[in-house]
Design a protein around this ligand. Structure first.
Ligand code: ZN
Length: 107
């Protein structure tokens, strides 16, 4: 995802990752963030109440376009402290890696 993607190719790995990310529910994401400790208290104000960009039922990653490299982009989830507004960014690839690890652990 950090590289130029060919999201138009349905068989590409990037395309599969994007599909998986689009299918993630708010609850699944919440579990990943909990396990990866991204809900720790805010490092600015110490509050511990976070919201994820997007509606609660359909959280959305944000697209980080690379300055160099035609079409290159990364995806991240933005966790916002509801008290002070500080934003934590969580790389979407890391979220996918965490999900895969959880699925392996469950087997
Ligand atoms: Zn805060």
């Amino acid at each position: 995802m950090a590289e130029a993607t060919d999201a138009g190719d349905p068989e590409s790995e990037d395309s599969q990752e994007l599909k998986t990310l689009r299918a993630l529910t708010g609850e699944e994401l919440k579990q990943v963030f909990k396990r990866s400790k991204h809900f720790r208290p805010c490092n600015i104000c110490d509050a511990a109440d976070w919201s994820v960009l997007g509606s609660s039922g359909a959280p959305s990653a944000i697209k980080l376009e690379a300055f160099e490299g035609e079409g290159a982009f990364g995806l991240a989830y933005a966790l916002t402290c509801t008290n002070c507004g500080h934003i934590r960014l969580v790389n979407a690839k890391a979220v996918l890696a965490n999900l895969r690890k959880d699925q392996r652990d469950e087997q």
